[in-house]
Design a protein around this ligand. Structure first.
Ligand code: FUL
Length: 480
């Protein structure tokens, strides 16, 4: 028999594996679940936005579309510098405004005359999308594009022909600069140069993009792959479902209320996670006057807790200046933000603890919760305070707990309580609602010898994939 020739050492892990496989086979996914491209995207967590174009030089936020092409003339543009800073900040990708509302194209599009090809920069031979897509590849960052549908310059805007222009621009970008991890459709929609508004052919845009770039996540107010979080301050709801009901809404013609976008819908029919877009400065574009208003590393850390820490992703805008470089005001804050994350999330107290969970009334120990794998998971039962227990060998002082759900199984948990015990005496309880990809809870420092996690509400068998326990700097604890 095979078992006889298998040594004890080998047999034990095999038995654990079989047991795990059996368990996974028993739990069925709760639909909707993320597509593969969405699943990969959720693990990026934090990536950078770059607003760059004529506004950088005219000191505006919304260009009028009448700006002369020559205003665009960065003296020292260096996309590698942007990438080095993004990388050092721990961002996983960069999304650039290939065209903002003023219609100016940062690549030599064949479908407009308002492009860098008509500027003096590099004698009209420059191509920012080419430089950035190359630099991203070199620095192992993903590349994405924002292409404003609203165009205050294009002569055909407001007519059916503009839909072809927009489609062709999308095709040019995908073919010449792809692969793209994300394509950003801005919801702002005003009048074009003729005072006309555009009726966008969203259906055609979407089906075309899906065909030519099937692995690209499409962002808009209502998805299909990522939704706007309902504010530009960079925070998701303390309740944040990756689910959204989009039936009855047409892109650009009204979305669910901003409150709904912030929290999602518990029983939403579509998997559309929230993305928190926010700028490191008050404006989206660079303005000298805002150098002193760059967010501090601590403020960025708070944004991280309120976006990634609530199960959403963080798209942080860092606009290059007139030279075409990220200023030291921004880069200093970004690097320190990274140091804060590294330092405060370095020592996971779980690695010095024993984790128990009950299954079919039998207690197991597990390492699944700190295996750094967001797909592996343990099952728990509803309303069972003894179901998951973490024991520390000695009293520990901490103020931060992180939990994750395995998203490929669908988002399930709607309410849970974490109890901190010191020698079997409950000393602190923290209750929250959703978990999703990552939920970071912070609270006043507490000394405890064990932690119990109780799920009070779930749409199906509650599953937990990862956990972490940390002592973060006192002044980083989330303020309401
Ligand atoms: C908004 C735009 O109007 C802003 O200028 C900026 O691009 C922001 C990310 O989206 O809708």
């Amino acid at each position: 028999m095979i078992i006889k020739i298998v040594s004890k050492k080998v047999f034990l892990p095999v038995a654990v594996l079989l047991n795990t496989l059996l368990l996974y086979a028993q739990v069925k996914p709760l639909f909707p679940i993320p597509s593969q491209r969405q699943q990969q995207h959720s693990e990026m967590e934090f990536y950078m936005f770059v607003h760059f174009g004529p506004n950088t030089f005219t000191d505006l936020e919304w260009g009028k579309g009448t700006e002369h092409e020559e205003v665009f003339n960065p003296s020292e543009l260096d996309c590698n510098q942007w990438c080095r800073i993004a990388k050092a900040a721990g961002a996983k990708g960069i999304i650039i405004t290939a065209k903002h509302h003023d219609g100016f194209c940062l690549w030599p599009s064949k479908y407009s005359t308002h492009t860098i090809a008509y500027s003096k920069w590099k004698n009209g031979k420059g191509d920012v999308l080419k430089e950035l897509s190359k630099a991203c590849k070199k620095n192992n960052l993903k590349f994405g594009v924002y292409l404003s549908p609203w165009d205050r310059n294009h002569p055909q805007y407001g007519t059916a022909a503009y839909n072809n222009v927009y489609m062709n621009m999308m095709k040019e970008i995908v073919h010449n600069y792809g692969p793209l991890f994300e394509f950003w459709w801005d919801g702002a929609n005003g009048e074009g140069p003729n005072g006309r508004k555009q009726m966008y052919d969203w259906h055609r845009f979407e089906s075309t993009l899906r065909t030519i770039a099937p692995n690209t996540c499409i962002f808009s107010d209502i998805g299909p792959d990522l939704r706007w979080v309902g504010n530009e301050e960079g925070f998701a709801g303390t309740t944040d479902w990756n689910l959204l009901d989009t039936a009855g809404f047409t892109r650009g013609m009204g979305a669910p209320s901003t409150d709904t976008l912030t929290t999602g819908n518990i029983f939403g029919k579509n998997w559309v996670p929230a993305e928190c877009d926010v700028s490191i400065r008050p404006g989206w574009f660079y303005h000298d006057s805002e150098n002193v208003k760059v967010k501090s590393p601590e403020e960025l850390f708070e944004l991280y807790l309120k976006s990634v820490g609530r199960g959403a992703s963080l798209l942080l805008n860092v606009p290059p200046d007139k030279q075409g470089l990220i200023s030291t005001y921004d880069s200093t804050a970004l690097i320190k933000f990274k140091q804060l994350r590294d330092k405060n999330f370095k020592d996971n107290l779980l690695s010095h603890s024993k984790i128990y969970y009950n299954q079919n009334r039998v207690q197991h120990t597990t390492t699944v919760l700190n295996d750094n794998n967001y797909s592996s998971f343990i099952t728990t039962s509803l309303n069972d305070s003894d179901n998951i227990k973490i024991d520390f060998p000695k009293p520990e002082n901490f103020n931060c707990i992180i939990l994750s759900e395995p998203l490929q199984m669908g988002q399930r948990i709607s309410s849970f309580t974490v109890s901190l015990l010191n020698n079997n005496q409950t000393v602190q309880q923290i209750s929250a609602t959703t978990i999703g990809h990552k939920r970071i809870l912070t609270f006043p420092e507490t000394v405890a010898t064990s932690i119990k996690i109780k799920v009070n509400g779930a749409k199906a068998t509650p599953l937990i994939s990862e956990a972490g326990v940390y002592r973060i700097r006192d002044n980083l604890v989330e303020k309401e």
